[in-house]
Design a protein. Structure first.
Length: 293
C-alpha cells in the first residue's frame, strides 16, 4: 500500500478540529433589575447575588447595568438621568444616580468590564424606615413600589441608542419586568429576551387582584404555557370584568373550567391539569406521546 506524504514547513502544525480555538462569545449588554444589592441594601441572599452576578458577567466581558432602588440611608451621587412615569394612576418622577459597586475590576481592564450601578431615587416610594416593611407590617403600596422599579428600568433602557440584549430581573419585585419589556418595546428593539430568576419561592409578592388593571396589566397576560414532551398546553386565567361573569374562569386548551385553582401533575407518563373548587373538581388529562415517557 502506498501512502501519500505531504511535507510540512518547519514549525508548521497540521490543524485539527480539536486544535482550533473556538470563536470568543459575543459580548452582551445586560440590564439587571433587583430590589436589593450589596453594599447598598440587603435583607437576604438576593443582595449577594445581585452584586456577585454582574461582577462575574463583567469578568466574562459582558456589559452589565444594575438598577436597584435608593433606599433611605444610601449615599447620594451624581445624577445621570431623570425619568417620569405613570404607574397605578399616579405619575412618579425619579433620578438615576451613578454608584460604585465595591470590589469590581477597573472598567475595560484585561477584557473585563466593570458593572454599572444606577440607583433609582424616588423618595416618595423608597425613602422609608424599611425596605419592604416597618413595625406595622408590609407597606400597603409595595405593588406600586416594585412595579415602578421594573417599569422605570425598562422604560429607561428602551430609550437608549445602544439597546440592551437581555433584561434580567430577580424575584417577585422584578417579576413584571418581562411584561413591561414587551409592552414598552420600541421599533428598533421589538423583542428583547428576558430572564426571570426566583431566589426564594417563599416570597411571592401576593396582592389583591384589583392591582392587575391598576398596574396597566390585563388578565389575558396571565397565561401559562406548559410543555409536556412535544405537546404544549395553554392555561388561561380570566377574571370578572374581562368579558365574563361570575368568579375566575380557567380554560385549558379551550376547555373552560369554572374554578380559581389549577394544579399541574406530571409523573412522566401522563400530564394532568387538575382544577379544583370548593363545590367540584374537573380534570383534563393528556397521555404522553409515544417515546416520551
Amino acid at each position: 500500500m502506498r501512502m501519500a506524504v505531504r511535507n510540512l514547513k518547519p514549525g508548521a502544525r497540521k490543524a485539527t478540529a480539536g486544535s482550533r480555538k473556538p470563536a470568543p462569545p459575543r459580548s452582551l449588554r445586560i440590564l439587571m433589575i433587583a430590589s436589593e444589592a450589596q453594599p447598598f441594601s440587603k435583607t437576604g441572599g438576593l443582595a449577594d447575588v445581585a452584586t456577585a452576578l454582574p461582577k462575574a458577567l463583567g469578568r466574562l466581558g459582558h456589559d452589565v447595568t444594575l438598577i436597584t432602588p435608593r433606599y433611605r440611608g444610601i449615599a447620594d451621587g451624581p445624577i445621570v438621568d431623570r425619568l417620569s412615569l405613570e404607574v397605578a394612576g399616579h405619575r412618579f418622577t425619579a433620578n438615576l444616580i451613578e454608584a460604585e459597586l465595591g470590589g469590581a475590576r477597573p472598567a475595560e481592564a484585561e477584557g473585563r468590564r466593570r458593572p454599572r450601578v444606577l440607583l433609582l431615587d424616588c423618595p416618595e416610594l423608597y425613602d422609608r424606615s424599611g425596605i419592604y416593611y416597618d413595625e406595622r407590617g408590609d407597606y400597603a403600596d409595595n405593588a406600586v413600589r416594585f412595579a415602578f422599579l421594573s417599569a422605570a428600568a425598562v422604560d429607561w433602557a428602551s430609550q437608549k441608542d445602544d439597546p440592551f440584549d437581555i433584561v434580567h430581573s430577580h424575584d417577585w419585585q422584578g417579576g413584571l419586568a418581562p411584561i413591561y419589556a414587551k409592552a414598552l418595546a420600541v421599533p428598533r428593539v421589538p423583542k428583547v429576551p428576558t430572564v426571570f430568576t426566583i431566589h426564594n419561592l417563599a416570597y411571592q409578592g401576593v396582592f389583591e387582584k384589583s392591582w392587575v388593571p391598576r398596574l396597566g396589566l390585563s388578565w389575558p397576560e396571565f397565561t401559562i404555557e406548559y410543555r409536556f414532551g412535544t405537546s404544549v398546553y395553554t392555561i388561561v386565567v380570566r377574571q370578572p370584568g374581562d368579558g365574563i361573569n361570575g368568579d375566575a374562569e380557567v380554560s385549558v386548551d379551550g376547555v373552560a373550567l369554572d374554578t380559581p385553582h389549577v394544579q399541574l401533575v406530571d409523573d412522566g407518563r401522563k400530564h394532568e391539569v387538575v382544577v379544583k373548587s370548593p363545590a367540584s373538581s374537573a380534570r383534563v388529562t393528556a397521555a404522553a406521546p409515544a417515546g416520551e415517557h
